[in-house]
Design a binder for this molecule. Structure first.
Ligand code: 5AD
Ligand code: FES
Length: 356
């Protein structure tokens, strides 16, 4: 066990063993990951103020509450003014970075609008706010245009790196194409974005071997950032039919923590987010993720009136909290676990900074 926790290069068998640990052995893994994080990085937590720009989406992924086929969702797009207010709020709260997330659209009106907003946010913050985009699959030209406008990080989760599993949680059609998604990730890496990907944990049909392969995928792609969180079944989606066949909430939470911990051993210098979904399953979920090796949190800045419409999964945390409440809440919560929030900084991934 100790040998495994100190091994230089973990192979697939090692990963499966580590992901299968329970009880005190699991605790030892999490403690080792924290030790590695503190050694290679520090106890700083980076913030990305999250702006949920729009829930209009051309896709209908089988797990997602805002899928286009869910007609119970009230669709919205934030106005330019609302987006700029969010950015200003990020500045006022000393968040060094924001992340703009949205349902996927690829029409020119949308992609042009994003370019315009990225430029406007750069200007408003005098270049001080880091900008992460999470706007799905786009053409190389669009990714380039946004990069040139000033976005420097991009998140595109692969969701499941096993193609077969991918098609069990997505429709199999031209809008949900595994190879296309892979090639988008490659394009983002090529263009020079700090690129992040990730998966959901505790999906129906998912095995521990799949999860080990997900970790190998992150290492093979040499990504700068990873976001992983537990799957939470949403009633208005097809995968809800399997809600009684997935691991319990506690098991999904523990598996998420083990995934974070093992990845921290494998890629000590990447940025890893403690997902909001962690807090939905466990009131202390984000703290636990930070203690297992994560170093980024994405507090929500979306105007409260729209948050109810961005329920990708049910019971999302903080939906009723004002941005300034989340800010002070997080500060206290991180101090309670001997971590410190890094304000007024982009918080780039050390893995990326060193290799560029
Ligand atoms: N449970 C957990 N995470 C989900 N996501 C989408 N639907 C769910 C769900 N039901 C995640 C996906 C997506 C991110 C924005 O949210 O991984 O990339
Ligand atoms: Fe939102 Fe604590 S982070 S209330």
């Amino acid at each position: 066990m100790e040998e495994l926790l100190h091994k230089d290069f973990l192979e697939k068998d090692d990963l499966v063993r580590l992901l299968s640990l329970q009880g005190d052995d699991m605790k030892r893994l999490l403690a080792r990951a924290l030790e590695v994080k503190l050694k290679y990085l520090d106890n700083k937590v980076h913030l990305r103020g999250l702006i949920e720009y729009s829930n209009i989406c051309r896709k209908y992924c089988l797990y997602c509450g805002v899928r286009s086929l869910n007609d119970k969702v009230h669709r919205y797009v934030l106005t330019d003014e609302e987006v700029l207010d969010c950015a200003q709020q990020a500045m006022d709260l000393h968040y060094g970075s924001i992340a703009i997330q949205s349902g996927e659209r690829s029409d020119k009106a949308f992609t042009d609008k994003i370019t315009e907003l990225v430029r406007a946010i750069k200007k408003l913050s005098d270049g001080k706010l880091g900008i992460t985009l999470s706007l799905g699959e786009q053409s190389e030209e669009v990714y380039r245009e946004w990069f040139e406008a000033g976005a420097h990080r991009y998140l595109l989760r692969i969701e499941a790196s096993n193609e077969e599993l991918y098609y069990r949680i997505h429709p199999h059609d031209e809008r949900h194409d595994f190879q296309q998604r892979l090639s988008c990730i490659d394009t983002l890496l090529k263009l020079g974005y700090q690129t992040g990907t990730g998966v959901m944990i505790g999906l129906p049909f998912q095995t521990v071997e799949d999860l080990a392969d997900d970790l190998l995928f992150f290492r093979r792609k040499n990504v700068a950032m990873v976001g992983m969180g537990p799957f939470i079944p949403h009633q208005e989606t097809p995968l809800y039919a399997y809600a009684d066949q997935i691991p319990s909430a506690q098991d999904r939470m523990n598996m998420t923590l083990k995934m974070i911990a093992v990845l921290r051993l494998m890629m000590p210098e990447i940025n890893m987010v403690a997902a909001t979904a962690d807090q939905t399953l466990d009131p202390m979920g984000r703290e636990k993720a930070i203690m297992a090796g994560a170093n980024v949190i994405m507090p929500n800045l979306t105007p409260n009136s729209h948050r109810e419409d961005y329920l990708i999964y049910p019971d999302k945390a903080c939906v009723g909290d004002k941005p300034e409440e989340c800010s002070s809440c997080l500060d206290i919560r991180m101090r309670a676990i001997q971590h410190e929030i890094l304000y007024d900084a982009w918080g780039d991934s050390l893995a990326f900074t060193k290799s560029h």
